[in-house]
Design a protein around this ligand. Structure first.
Ligand code: BG6
Length: 489
């Protein structure tokens, strides 16, 4: 077990004036500060092109913490954290643009005795990566350790992902590269591992003999939130399917790792990704939302969002039937769906078991009885619920489905940490278990590239689902053809 207090180091955030820093990174650092999990000797350096200085960035970050942190604002905690914040306005694309950061790091090293240890966080758009990475690589500090956190998207397809890995590997070793998939930082996602491998009762039935199929849903009620520039290029397939969705699937389907070391876990996940069968065109459905009502409010169609082309063919919804071609899962469908502007926010993994082989009750008695489902609620209402048949009290024998529920809020009575808290802390500790390795990312792209290539052949009639619904009707057909249906909500 790694000690949970990181060594002295400097954390350098590129993209310090951006959205991610405001909404996720600084609030996460504040939460770590509240819990005294940051190193004692520690500095945070914000880097961006936006004009500013230490004072203006501290003020900006104070607002961010007030607006987005999960803990109440505490002046003493903030004062201490703020004293560690530094800002440099510079462009690494300019000759000598990195000097200001380099000089500051040298100075902080001396003042705080950081031993040359550095974490660089690339929270910038991908085109900016190579310039920054090369500048960092050229000026590596030979004394301490260096780690690089790379935000998504990691490439646009397999070729660009490989190119990016090559750029990174020219200066950094794989174990120094921390590719973020923030879903892996979510407590409930990690709990999938606990559920499967800390309990003796699930693993023996976690296979094709007992499981009829699996449904994974990543539904969002929000739209694209002003990110048209990015989303028009990405679509749901690159935004959610390529990373979050496939990681959820890998954790659900993987074999038990020998231990929880980073490589052991990655080795098992990559085997699942490699075993994923490329779905045929009939097994993939894409959608785009039209106008509609979400949570009582009227919202515009995707094509009417600012910055979106009026004839955009970008998909905001994907559903697919996937197969993991191995002994454990052969012929067991994994139905997955994800989309924007759906009826509500819900991320769930539903393991649907086969029906009891021979129910000895009369058909009428068991009407409405559904097969057992183990439902992992990733968010919201985080928890796990098992649907079982139970006798309705009274004379006779009537059976109905009831739920055995575990709710995080009730069981642990503690707030849920944000994914970024865990992921930043793990990077400071040098633990890359909850990050994605180069070969995983490549397998993910391989599948996405094949799906996207097949899409070039036809043009679906978009929009094909109203905002606020559960997606296009063809997604229902996908399951109906197999005599199944999406889980009811
Ligand atoms: C991001 C996507 O990776 O995940 C967003 O780019 C999406 O489009 C977000 O909204 C969802 O994350 P969460 O943690 O809110 O489920």
């Amino acid at each position: 077990m790694l000690p949970r207090t990181p060594e002295a180091c400097a954390l350098v955030i590129f993209g310090a004036s951006g959205d991610l820093t405001h909404k996720k990174l600084m609030p996460a650092l504040y939460a770590l500060a509240v819990r005294r999990l940051l190193p004692e000797r520690f500095a945070i350096v914000g880097v961006a092109r936006t004009a500013g200085d230490d004072d203006s960035w501290r003020e900006d970050m104070r607002q961010a913490v007030r607006g987005y942190a999960r803990d109440p604002f505490r002046q003493d905690v903030w004062d201490e954290l703020a004293s560690r914040l530094h800002y440099r306005s510079t462009d690494f694309g300019d000759p000598g643009g990195e000097d200001a950061v380099h000089d500051l790091l040298g100075h902080l090293d001396e003042e705080l005795d950081l031993g040359g240890n550095r974490v660089f966080y690339l929270a910038v758009p991908p085109p900016a990566f190579p310039t920054i990475v090369e500048a960092l690589g050229r000026r590596r500090d030979a004394r301490g350790w260096t780690r690089l956190i790379v935000e998504k998207p990691f490439g646009h397809d397999l070729a660009s992902a490989r190119q990016l890995t090559a750029t990174l590997r020219a200066y950094f070793r794989e174990e120094e590269i921390f590719r973020i998939d923030h879903y892996l930082g979510k407590e409930t996602v990690q709990n999938m591992l606990a559920l499967r491998f800390a309990n003796g009762i699930f693993e023996p039935i976690w296979n094709r003999q007992f499981i009829d199929h699996v449904q994974i849903t990543v539904a969002e009620s929000i739209g694209i939130e002003g990110r048209a520039g990015y989303y028009e290029q990405a679509g749901a397939i690159r935004d959610i399917f390529q990373n979050h969705l496939l990681q959820l699937l890998a954790l659900t389907a993987m074999e038990p790792p020998i231990d929880f070391t980073s490589d052991a876990v990655h080795n098992e996940k990559v085997k699942v990704l490699r075993a994923l069968h490329t779905p045929g065109p009939r097994s993939v459905v894409r959608g785009q939302y039209g106008r509609g009502f979400v949570e009582g409010e009227e919202v515009v169609a995707y094509r009417e969002e600012e910055g979106v082309a009026p004839d955009s063919m970008t998909e905001t919804y994907v559903a697919a039937k996937l197969y993991v071609d191995n002994w454990r899962w052969a012929d067991t469908p994994f139905y997955v769906r994800m989309g924007k502007r759906l009826a509500r926010r819900e991320t769930t993994i539903a393991i649907q078991f086969k029906r009891a082989p021979h129910p000895p009750f009369e058909e009428m008695a068991a009407e409405g009885l559904r097969p057992n489902v183990l439902l992992v609620r990733v968010q919201p209402d985080e928890g796990v619920s098992l649907a079982i048949g139970a006798k309705v009290p009274g004379q006779g024998m009537t059976i109905r489905t009831v739920h055995m529920d575990f709710l995080y809020g009730g069981a642990f009575r503690t707030g849920m940490p944000e994914a970024y808290e865990r992921l930043i802390l793990d990077t400071l500790l040098g633990d890359s278990t909850l990050f994605t390795r180069a070969d995983e990312v490549e397998e993910q792209w391989l599948l996405v590239d094949a799906i996207v290539a097949a899409w070039q052949r036809d043009r679906p009639a978009f929009p094909n689902y109203p905002a606020g619904s559960w997606g296009p009707p063809s997604a229902d057909d996908l399951l109906q053809r197999d005599g199944r249906s999406w889980r009811r909500h």
